[in-house]
Write a protein that binds this ligand. Structure first.
Ligand SMILES: [Zn+2]
Ligand SMILES: [Zn+2]
Length: 235
């Protein structure tokens, strides 16, 4: 999974998805598909959603991973295949498989981007299907059964902490004479934020730099990372 470099101003939200085949078997046509089609694919797909929180920097370190949901464990969907040639080459098979997976509600609910749909087709499944579809026994019909597991990750960088911080009200900024404890200048001059829960306020720019080295409030030493994250996720 690629984690793209994020810009320093934004919340640094990246997405990642990987899919793996966990089992596969080849069965006679009618036994498994239960219909008049000689060729079918039967897929069981479970989706697990994770949220990951990464430390900013060159080598992303996972600070926290939290599972936010498992959907559709165990139910199988059968897709009939009218034309065997759709499964006899890598390109055709990959396209057919992707089209089938796009119909699964548990995957549709992830609102995947175009390139993510490609990643959802497990890497090893295509050659196995092609091999069966090209085999001498294929003409008698088959149902190719496989179970797959999809991991969906939403990845936040450390800068996401700032999203959990409230923008300081303009009038509050004007009324108060607080200084930013990091640069010791007044808060009124530039955008300032309040940290979640402790509500200590700093310049957005100053606390942003601070967060690249520490995850605690500069004033009260409270852990902003976990509190900020939970607030950010509405947990
Ligand atoms: Zn400051
Ligand atoms: Zn504080």
């Amino acid at each position: 999974m690629e984690i793209s470099k994020h810009d320093t101003d934004g919340p640094a939200v990246n997405r990642g998805i990987d899919a793996a085949t966990i089992s596969f078997s080849e069965e006679p046509a009618l036994a498994a598909s239960g219909g008049s089609h000689r060729f079918a694919l039967r897929v069981t797909c479970s989706v697990t959603r994770f949220v990951e929180f990464h430390r900013s920097g060159q080598d992303p370190v996972v600070l926290l991973r939290r599972c936010t949901g498992v959907v559709a464990r165990g139910s199988a969907t059968t897709f009939p295949v009218d034309d065997l040639s759709a499964l006899q080459s890598d390109t055709a098979c990959r396209g057919a498989l992707r089209g089938m997976l796009e119909q699964l509600p548990q995957l549709r609910s992830l609102w995947l981007a175009e390139d993510e749909w490609d990643a959802v087709v497990p890497a090893d499944i295509v050659p196995q299907i092609v091999r069966v579809a090209r085999g001498d026994d294929a003409k008698d019909g088959f149902t190719f059964c496989f179970a797959m597991k999809v991991h969906r990750r939403i990845i936040y960088g450390e800068q996401a902490l700032l999203m959990a911080c409230k923008e300081r009200e303009l009038d509050l900024r004007a009324a108060k004479t607080d200084d930013c404890a990091i640069c010791l200048n007044g808060l009124e001059g530039e955008p300032a934020v309040e940290l979640p829960t402790c509500e200590h306020a700093f310049h957005r720019r100053c606390i942003s730099t601070w967060f690249s080295k520490a995850t605690t409030c500069p004033m009260c030493r409270g852990d902003v990372r976990l509190r900020g994250l939970l607030k950010f996720l509405n947990l």
